[in-house]
Design a protein. Structure first.
Ligand code: SF4
Length: 276
């Protein structure tokens, strides 16, 4: 059985940057260090940071002193203002691509467009972008969600981890009902590259293994994309979840990983597969 890793897989620029910022803060720590929510959607990485003294909290109300790290997904800008007002040191690890989506949304609102955010309603990144337009935007997950939209001037931004196919379907629907449309494709490069590479590999492989947090939007999307091309797609977090029977009669097993999956977990999965 041959194992092939997708051309683009694993850690992206934004995650590496956030982890470097967190580890640097941990090394120089004299006061408690907290992350607002898990710094990335990967439980194994979050656990290893806890060992270094970087612990997640739900809100800044839980932080009395020290440093608070804003994760890659970004937050409501008011949260940063409040944290500084409380005397906390803020390390802003918002991914620059997420920050771009936040700025684009604010600009669209200022230009008078009705803002549409293509993304998952309850995802922290989308909640953050929504805050940049004071909550005045329609969040759409799929094309049918725009059926109640009345506005004729519509500006679109996209959750960075969405698939281009979903964006395309939604924009097509919008074209049919709006007069003036401005679309900022804020899907990030790392996401697109991982999706294209995963799709191509899933097409050729007998089975696909997608490695990454079950709570990770970009990993879940990779698994969906692979599943559309290959019914034998399995989403796991660690090598321990592999089941020998999944790979019966397989000549080629494809392997990919979300942008928040560290290399060492991917390597472990590859080695475990090779030993089967
Ligand atoms: S997937 Fe893209 S937007 Fe998200 S953290 Fe990585 S580089 Fe940034």
């Amino acid at each position: 059985m041959r194992i092939e890793i997708a051309k683009h897989a694993g850690y992206c620029y934004g995650v590496e940057r956030a982890l470097t910022l967190a580890k640097t803060a941990a090394l120089s720590r004299t006061t408690p260090i907290r992350t607002l929510g898990p710094i990335i959607h990967n439980p194994q990485v979050v656990d290893s940071l806890v060992e270094m003294g970087v612990t997640p909290v739900e809100t800044i109300n839980e932080v009395g002193e020290g440093t608070v790290i804003i994760r890659t997904h970004g937050v409501d800008p008011q949260v940063i203002v409040d944290a500084r007002r409380r005397g906390l040191k803020v390390v802003d690890a918002t991914c620059p691509f997420v920050a771009k989506a936040q700025r684009r949304a604010a600009a669209l609102k200022q230009e008078g467009y009705a803002v549409v955010i293509v993304g998952e309603r309850n995802h922290p990144e989308v909640e953050g972008v929504l805050a940049y337009v004071n909550g005045n935007a329609l969040v759409v997950e799929k094309a049918s969600d725009i059926s109640n939209l009345k506005e004729k001037r519509v500006g679109v931004v996209v959750q960075t981890t969405q698939s281009i196919e979903n964006l395309r379907k939604i924009v097509l629907q919008l074209l049919a009902r709006s007069i003036d449309i401005k679309v900022y494709n804020t899907i990030c490069n790392a996401t697109s590259q991982r999706q294209v590479a995963a799709r191509e590999l899933a097409n050729r492989a007998d089975a696909m293994v997608v490695v990454g947090g079950k709570n990770s939007a970009n990993t879940t999307r990779l698994a969906q994309i692979c599943r559309e091309k290959n019914g034998r797609t399995f989403h796991i977090e660690t090598a321990d979840e592999l089941v020998v029977e999944w790979f019966e009669h397989c000549n080629l097993v494809g392997l990919t990983a979300g942008a928040s999956t560290p290399d060492w977990i991917l390597k472990e999965v590859e080695e475990r597969l090779a030993s089967q």
